[in-house]
Design a protein around this ligand. Structure first.
Ligand code: BG6
Length: 299
């Protein structure tokens, strides 16, 4: 486990990034450059805020989010890997995989010429991960913070047999109000409706959210847009290496059951997740790698 003193000695860059003890005693990276601010917990390599200069916060964090060792943070960008949702054979295994709740190592930081800051997190298979998922891997996750936010997750198969993964950047976006948004870019795609027994349906037009929505859109090109009338802005999402897009809002009842969504939290968030899941799972051959990338931009 890296401590903040060592992290600061090795990886802090004045005017860009330093490390501190954050909420709940978790170690966090704080990025503060000329273009934006952001905070990322080393546990889960979990970014939980990003605010470009001159713009309102883009990433939603529940007012009741728990920052506890080994617990998933409600909001931000949970990294779901090597499975998305429930484990298909063993419901006792953690939902959305195991990397969002374990500590990643910081392995590089960089101040880019254009003023952005990047930080790379690495997670390598070990006895703990092998007991949950029996494959050797290395993950390199690079987050680049500027007026745009860039996420790049590289999955490397360091073992001797192929493995299959599903994955997601499970991003919670801040919106003015759930009644005031439309999500564009997914019309015409087929989705599995998780709130309706995984029934396959076709999306007829822009998405309006008026009840629980848990849609897994298949074979997408990963480009979409949240249009927010209240905040008078768009959030543009583009991806590479992602063929599934998930749109999720738990609405009232599920939020109450979840217990950490905050009062009326569901009204100011929507998850638009850049993923590979269901029939878009990815096989990674030994010695090969796979990249999942997403870019967010406010317009
Ligand atoms: C979404 C799923 O991606 O994540 C939902 O489609 C799920 O079904 C949601 O409820 C939140 O998951 P968790 O494990 O963070 O509570």
């Amino acid at each position: 486990m890296q401590n903040t003193d060592n992290l600061n000695k090795q990886f802090s860059i004045p005017g860009h990034i330093d490390f501190a003890e954050g909420p709940g005693g978790l170690t966090i990276a704080r990025i503060n450059n000329g273009l934006a601010t952001a905070e990322i917990a080393l546990q889960g390599a979990h970014l939980y805020s990003w605010q470009p200069r001159g713009a309102a916060p883009v990433i939603w964090l529940s007012q009741d989010a728990r920052f506890d060792a080994g617990k998933a943070i409600r909001g931000g960008v949970p990294v779901c890997w090597p499975w998305f949702g429930f484990h298909e054979e063993d419901l006792k295994k953690p939902a959305h995989g195991f990397v969002r709740t374990i500590a990643w190592a910081v392995t590089a930081t960089e101040a880019l010429d254009d003023g952005r800051t990047s930080i790379r997190f690495t997670l390598t298979s070990n006895d703990h991960t092998l007991a949950i998922w029996p494959h050797a891997f290395r993950l390199n996750y690079t987050v680049t913070i500027g007026q745009k936010l860039d996420l790049q997750l590289i999955t490397e198969n360091t073992g001797s047999t192929p493995f299959k993964i599903s994955e997601a950047f499970h991003t919670y976006f801040t919106i003015g109000d759930i009644d005031g948004i439309e999500i564009h870019g997914l019309a015409g795609y087929t989705y599995a409706d998780k709130a309706d027994d995984m029934t396959l349906k076709m999306e007829p037009g822009p998405i309006l959210i008026r009840n629980e929505v848990d849609h897994i859109y298949l074979d997408t090109d990963g480009t979409c847009r949240i249009e927010d009338r209240v905040q008078q802005r768009h959030i543009n999402i583009s991806t590479q290496g992602s063929h599934t897009t998930v749109v999720w809002n738990p609405w009232v009842e599920k939020s109450i059951k979840m217990g950490d969504m905050g009062e009326n939290g569901y009204r100011t968030m929507v998850c638009v997740e850049s993923a590979n899941a269901l029939n878009n799972k990815v096989t990674v051959e030994p010695g090969r790698h796979h990249e999942l990338m997403a870019r967010y931009e406010v317009a």
